[in-house]
Design a protein around this ligand. Sequence first.
Ligand SMILES: Cc1cc2nc3c(=O)[nH]c(=O)nc-3n(C[C@H](O)[C@H](O)[C@H](O)COP(=O)(O)OP(=O)(O)OC[C@H]3O[C@@H](n4cnc5c(N)ncnc54)[C@H](O)[C@@H]3O)c2cc1C
Length: 491
Amino acid sequence: MSQDTILDVAIVGAGISGIGFAARLGRELPHKRFVVLERRSRVGGTWDLFRYPGIRSDSDMYTLGFSFAPWRSDNAVGSGAAIRDYLEQVAHDFGVAPHIRFDTRITGADWNSSAQCWELAIADAPPVRARFLYLGAGYYDHDRPHDAAIPGLAAFGGEVIHPQFWPADRDLAGKRVVVIGSGATAVSLVPALAAAGAAVTMLQRTPTWYLILPSKDRMARLARRLLPAGWAHRLIRARNARLQDMVYKRSRSDPEGLAAWLKGNVRRALGDAWNEADFTPPYAPWDQRLCLVPDADLFRTIRKGRARVVTGAIAQVESDSIVLDDGRRIAADVIVTATGLALAPLGGIAVRVDGTPVNLGERWWYRDCMFSNLPNFAALFGYLNAGWTLRVEIVADYLCRLLLQMDAWGARVVTPVLPPDREPEAADLFAGFSSGYLQRGAHLLPRNAAKGPWRLEMDHFTDRAMLADAPLDDEWLRYERAPLVESGAST
Ligand SMILES: Cc1cc2nc3c(=O)[nH]c(=O)nc-3n(C[C@H](O)[C@H](O)[C@H](O)COP(=O)(O)OP(=O)(O)OC[C@H]3O[C@@H](n4cnc5c(N)ncnc54)[C@H](O)[C@@H]3O)c2cc1C
């Protein structure tokens, strides 16, 4: 590709969001010249980066997988490696692989109004230019996890591991391992570490709501036996999306009822090992992400005495132990800080328009994926209460429709224009979610209206209908053609 070339579309990221959009783009608009720019050496994003023991999906793979690429395993919950392999297969089968440029980190994106394109600065390589920019760069900092500022951690004499950077082949058999945290990461790690022979303590400041489900979906297996693979996959995907939606809506309409049901299941799974204080969160189900425990494996591990849960606040870490506020002491050889992610919505990319920095926190979402007064730009942020991929696909459909329409109208630029005097009233971006990483990073994300197009919607079915029906000639989208006399780069 010559440096003068202006591509039609640049996609940043070869995770679920980037591959999902690229696959749809390649199919719907085969004439478009596009590239997928990925800083890592492999596809997968999250599912390539995280390699801690036991890593697995927290949603079923029929909704975390794509509608157009059946998930063929009997396991409804995918291991990290299986999900990465699936994404690699999708990239191969749907013609995305040849478009991916690995080891390519974008550091800046500058919209050049006169050339009507994005100029992407790349670490240690010449820039790339493209008309339309789609960021599938994820939502958290891949280089720097959240620092929970655990007092005295630097004085700990044993090993401290963060799950985001799990050392390859680390054997923890026979070690006393304290996993700090109680979310999806901690819950997947604890049974895996215990199975590998470690004596594990899950130390939590506050309990989490757990949903116990079987890891093998019998109905999916039956559907696969009776129907062609694609039909079976889409059927189970539609059912699971509805079930997720029902559980979420129940958490809003009847939080006490749902809480009692969830807690009852955990109590039964734990039997004599049940301790009310360890499994009674101080918030309602789905105020933070509901945590899946397939086959109750965490609770079976605790029941067998191979792991335990301790609830309390850390006063101080000492050279060989963790001391809690109430004076309890937990001896440790290894501390695993499963304390969360640091939000980073633009993949660390400095976005500018004609050299002026863009503060995303001052923009408004437009139809889930674009931003007020930012031309030819889209980014993907998935659902908090449903599989990420459900959004990837409906946004990909919408953007392909938009790009096709631009071709039909001879437009080169599209901007959702929001004049300052028409800004809507801001609503909660996270639909009441109180998870720490969201609250810490909320100022980095665009603003959200209560309804209408200036919004990131968290209800998948409302969202799907909204995007499918979204007019492309509404009062907000402004289209521009190429200038009559063009100078400079070729297209
Ligand atoms: C441990 C863990 C478990 C999860 N489990 C689930 C689950 O079960 N269900 C669910 O719905 N969600 C889950 N999530 C959320 C998960 O991140 C999404 O499911 C999904 O994988 C996000 O895909 P993505 O492509 O948007 O982002 P990512 O997976 O983060 O991929 C982004 C890609 O962009 C690349 N990139 C970023 N910045 C740049 C740059 N500047 N230049 C070039 N390349 C760049 C990255 O290297 C990466 O490959 C989980 C998250 C974590 C951390």
